[in-house]
Design a protein around this ligand. Structure first.
Ligand SMILES: N[C@@H](CCC(=O)N[C@@H](CS)C(=O)NCC(=O)O)C(=O)O
Length: 223
């Protein structure tokens, strides 16, 4: 039986969505975040040394890293579903978006989360003005322009076809759903980029996505 080690309000939600799309039986083991640090609990380190989510265990294998998990599940249980045929332009786009999601789209969104916290974190009063000034400067000069660059790029790409790799839903869309949800929660993605918003609306209306939400429990991304 596949076990998804699922941290609340996290990227592992998309693994549940993938498994629902594939119709494969699985079990969800839920983990709560530390309410102060928002980090995963230490029990997750017993599953994988980094203690991050998602992690999947299946038939004696432990697979970490969303992209690797998705590739493993699609290869093992997909029977050709949710992946374009090899050698097609769609397959190349599939590989590109599968890697882009965590490799390029997420880093500036994570930086936004961290630098927002620097501005609000408790600290000695005499340090606060400097910390705020530095965080504000990094956000204005680097993080916000980088996020805007990526959002404009993705908006242009999703305008070319209904899904990221072409005309059909693939696992690359499932992988891409998280950075877009994170961007909507904290990266300024809004109706000024209508194609991306329409993508998210379509995703959120899908029956398998809704079933995955029921299995995973509350899903509210950090702002
Ligand atoms: N690139 C990794 C990122 C894994 C990751 O950072 N997961 C977050 C959840 S969104 C996590 O476990 N955070 C809690 C922690 O770092 O303790 C992946 O896609 O699997």
């Amino acid at each position: 039986m596949i076990i998804v080690h699922h941290l609340e309000n996290s990227r592992s939600q998309r693994i549940l969505w993938l498994l629902e799309e594939l119709g494969v039986p699985y079990e969800v083991k839920r983990y709560a975040r530390n309410p102060e640090t928002m980090l995963a609990p230490p029990e997750l380190r017993a599953v994988h040394p980094l203690g991050k989510s998602p992690v999947v265990t299946d038939e004696g294998r432990t697979v970490a890293e969303s992209g690797a998990i998705i590739e493993y599940l699609v290869e093992r249980y997909g029977n050709g579903r949710l992946i374009p045929p090899p050698g097609t332009p769609e397959r190349l786009r599939y590989a590109y978006w599968m890697h882009y999601a965590e490799g390029s789209a997420m880093p500036p969104l994570l930086m936004k989360l961290v630098f927002d916290r620097v501005e609000t974190a408790p600290m000695p009063f005499f340090v606060r003005p400097f910390a705020r000034a530095i965080a504000g400067q990094v956000k204005r000069t680097f993080i916000a322009p980088q996020i805007a660059l990526h959002l404009d790029y993705m908006e242009g790409e999703i305008a070319k076809s209904p899904w990221f790799a072409g005309n059909d839903l693939t696992a690359a869309d499932i992988q891409m759903s998280f950075p877009l949800e994170a961007a909507a929660a904290r990266g300024g993605l809004d109706t000024s980029r209508p194609k991306l918003m329409a993508f998210l609306e379509r995703v959120h209306a899908m029956p398998a996505y809704k079933r995955a939400l029921e299995k995973g429990g509350p899903y509210e991304l950090m702002r």
